[in-house]
Design a binder for this molecule. Structure first.
Ligand code: MLT
Length: 234
């Protein structure tokens, strides 16, 4: 197995991901939202790139859909929820379809369409993603969503945790950037102490989203590994 890593949505290249397994990571907060909503019984999540697309998709049967996401980390006008994973509880999402548009996370997911399998990962389901990768034994590329096209520390350490788990359980050929993620995780196992210096952490903190931050850095609290296929995440 080979392990590689892409540092942000702007760096996704078909020649790197084509035919491979990818794990898309946006711990603050898009992939944490998706995993939480599905774990709480939503039927599926549809990632879309634009606000207009979200309204268009939901217009025939608005009551069956939840519109969620953010721009500049804030709720979008006319949407039901923002991008706070804690909003997507059982009472709200059970039996519904969530249409989600976010600045980086949904863009990264849609940018991976040439991959063979696209899994959705975050700190909250990291160990279970790593186990799936080991079971399948195929080449994998961790795709960090990043922030505004840039590298982000929070996604990087999450990938590092998954890579570390895989390397403790099996052997693999690891690219330098993926090795660096493993190295960073090994030296910062207390995720908070590392992530608190990330730019996006500061942004969410300034919006008083402390509860989201606490939740998103928890390790392995959810066992599901969502997959994006044919436009839907299930
Ligand atoms: C994104 O996709 O850019 C994020 O999830 C932003 C956010 O924290 O809401």
């Amino acid at each position: 197995m080979k392990i590689d890593l892409i540092i942000s949505a702007d760096y996704i290249k078909d020649k790197i991901i084509e035919g491979k397994t990818v794990v898309v990571i946006d711990i603050l907060r898009a992939t944490s939202v998706i995993i939480t909503a599905l774990n709480n019984g939503c039927n599926e999540v549809i990632p879309v790139l634009t606000v207009e697309e979200a309204f268009e998709l939901s217009k025939h049967s608005r009551k069956d859909y939840i519109l969620g996401g953010e721009r500049e980390a804030l709720k979008i006008e006319g949407f039901d929820f923002s991008n706070s994973p804690l909003d997507y509880n059982k009472e709200v999402v059970e039996g519904k379809t969530v249409i989600l548009t976010t600045s980086n996370g949904t863009r990264a997911i849609k940018g991976c369409s040439s991959a063979k399998s696209i899994y959705i990962g975050a700190m909250i389901n990291a160990k279970y993603v790593a186990k799936r990768i080991i079971e399948e034994g195929r080449d994998v590329v961790f795709v960090n969503s990043g922030t505004k096209g840039q590298f982000s520390m929070d996604d990087f350490i999450c990938a590092g945790y998954m890579i570390n788990y895989i390397l403790n359980e099996s052997s693999a050929e690891v690219s330098d950037i993926a090795k660096t993620a493993d190295y960073v995780y090994k030296n910062n196992k207390d995720i908070y102490s590392f992530v608190k210096d990330a730019t996006h952490y500061d942004i969410l903190k300034s919006l008083e989203l402390n509860k989201d931050l606490e939740y998103c850095i928890k390790k392995d609290i959810i066992k599901i590994v969502p997959e994006y296929k044919d436009g839907l995440i299930k």
